[in-house]
Design a protein around this ligand. Sequence first.
Ligand code: S3P
Length: 177
Amino acid sequence: MDNRNIILIGFMGSGKTTLGKWLANAWGTEFCDTDERIERKEGRTIQTIFQEEGEAYFRALETKTLQELLAEGTRAVISVGGGLPVKQENRELLCRLGICVYLRTTKQELMRRLENDSTRPLLAGGQLAQKIDRLMAERKEIYETAADIILDTDGMQPADMQYALEGFIKQHVRAAE
Ligand code: S3P
């Protein structure tokens, strides 16, 4: 599709992994998920890493993962953890890695997708709506400014998003030339 990485950013539950796998399959490129890569390297789940080492340790692993992807010269569709773009250093690395696509999702849709989730430590322990509100207030602008492309995902099927994205990427590439 493009000779740079396509990076999917957005809140937990915005569908980064699902769309990432779909796009990689459609475009015949590799798919990489930073959370999966961290879990594989650490041999434990994100939840266990948070429990045993704390969030700061996990955040350092996210930065290390981006540095490794850059060094490896990966050409892929990459989905990154929802909190990864919060760190300025990571946003700089994302910029160098490729085109950032923000999957923007309404709170209502996020609630629906996350209400039965038990894998995300930052949402554990109830009061999901308040937790989404608090994190979204911190992150909304960060996602929007880190993004080269914003895709509103509510009601969209992967094929619709692929189509929209291909149009955006063509425009983006032309604008950058
Ligand atoms: C996090 C999002 C998660 C995972 C971790 C922290 C966050 O990834 O990296 O639980 O801070 O938003 P997903 O966005 O893939 O759920």
